[in-house]
Design a protein around this ligand. Sequence first.
Ligand code: F6P
Length: 338
Amino acid sequence: MYFIFEPRGNMKKQIQNIAVMTSGGDAPGMNAAIRAVIRTAVYYKLDPYGIYRGYEGLIEGDIERFTARKVSNIINRGGTILKTARSQEFRTVEGRKKAYDQLIKNNIDALIVIGGDGSFTGAKIFAEEFDFPVIGIPGTIDNDIFGTDFTIGFDTASNTATEAIDKIRDTASSHNRLFFIEVMGRNAGFLALYSGIAGGAEEILIPEENIGIDKLVESLRRSKRAGKTSSIVVVAEGDQTGKNVFELAKYVENNLKEYESRVVIVGHIQRGGCPTTFDRVLASRLGVKAVEALLDGQRNIMVGLKNNSVQYTPLNDAIQFTRTINKEMLNISEILTT
Ligand code: F6P
């Protein structure tokens, strides 16, 4: 029996029924996290519930009692069996009140949200507004959450992007071409940086750094003169050139006549597929710890991995602070493209 939180009125309330949801963009490994939460709850004799379609489903009461068996054979599957959504209604007080009413109606005592910063922002506001215990598990391919070295899905997505780059390299070198490969990341360059380094890209453009388009042209020209016959530029969706990837390729082609260029957008392929071992293990660790954190009396925190140990970060910090790109990674990329 676990007495851990004091709702309004200071009456101690036992946590018995916990609900889990996935929210925002899906990420490979979310299913492994759902499985871990449900099974840990069963292990500790709690009653687990699944909420479908994130906050949208919560507002509509799309809630189901889960069992350990209901999450069989999902650890290896991409996507999320709970489905996901980006809810506009949850951004409003009225929407959040409906969500709260559904939790009360279903006797849910605590909520575990698997998602990224948008989902955590909603979770934090909701937790404060209704004094409701919430735990966050970082799940996004962007890896852009403060308080964890890795988010669930990033490893799989970066491997997918690297595989794409490897394949493009074959054809790029066969035709002596310049390829621009766009990977996801509207606000964060982790996917571009990791897959770019792993794929041996000549240049990596990320939202966090503005190398300048003319410097890019100059650098590609230098590579060409140094004997490279083909080149790969990995571009994060949110790069700072101010041009979309097609315009960028055109600009470079117009200013670097030596190369014929092509564009590839890896896109949502990065969001799908079997999670890697790393993502499955990360999801399992964080899922177990999220339930244990609730039982330890924690609330409004995110469980994350720091220096290979699971640690808590206040939800407020997780959304307020930005994870910065490691300068060492940028240097590595620059040195190795010599
Ligand atoms: O946040 C995850 C992410 O995959 C970003 O990398 C990308 O910019 C965005 O979601 C795409 O969102 P949507 O699936 O709504 O197009």
